[in-house]
Design a protein. Structure first.
Length: 192
């Protein structure tokens, strides 16, 4: 079974005030934490959709293929990522600003998908759904039809969704604001 991974890393960081993916987080840029947590052996292909030249260079240095565009709504990032895939049975979408999502949680999402490949698999913690989310290939055409700021869940329709429990609430945290990044930084310093 071939499972791809798309990293959504083309946001404008408007709430953050600067490119959050390049923000220092302990010992390296935030996005590197996210990329390092992706267990590459689980995926036939890993692609990052980016809009910033420095983010593009960072992804390339980390060995991640990129799809570059000027930036825009999340639906366009989803489409551009899917267009780059080669014969995948499913695709995991990872948000670039979710650096505490663990490799273990990603492996469990993949394992659950392999057991039930017609189902959407989504990370959650105590009933709170989040990203990453793994979509079966039969939903790719619906994902390609999304518009505006609609995320992938808008394309699910009647497809069942299974939730994989995260290792803790921190795995769902994103870095949309400097305050949220500070909370992530404090967590990493307390849990080296």
């Amino acid at each position: 079974m071939r499972i791809a991974c798309i990293v959504l890393a083309a946001g404008k960081s408007t709430r953050f005030g600067a490119n959050k993916l390049l923000a220092p987080l302990v010992d390296r840029p935030l996005l590197v934490h996210t990329l390092d947590a992706i267990p590459r052996s689980c995926f036939s292909q890993v692609v990052a959709v980016v809009s910033n030249p420095a983010v593009e260079q960072l992804c390339r240095r980390c060995g991640v293929d990129v799809r570059v565009y000027e930036g825009g709504p999340q639906s366009k990032s989803i489409r551009l990522g899917l267009e780059k895939l080669e014969d995948a049975d499913g695709c995991l979408f990872v948000l670039g600003d979710q650096p505490l999502c663990s490799a273990d949680s990603i492996r469990r999402l993949v394992a659950d998908f392999q057991a039930r490949p017609q189902t959407v698999h989504r990370l959650a913690y105590q009933g709170q759904p989040s990203s990453p989310t793994l979509f079966p290939a039969h939903l790719f055409p619906d994902l390609m039809e999304l518009t505006g700021e609609h995320g992938g869940m808008a394309a699910v329709g009647d497809t069942p969704v299974c939730y994989v429990e995260a290792g803790g609430p921190h795995e769902l945290w994103d870095a949309d604001t400097p305050e949220k990044l500070s909370r992530i930084q404090q967590y990493l310093q307390a849990h080296p």
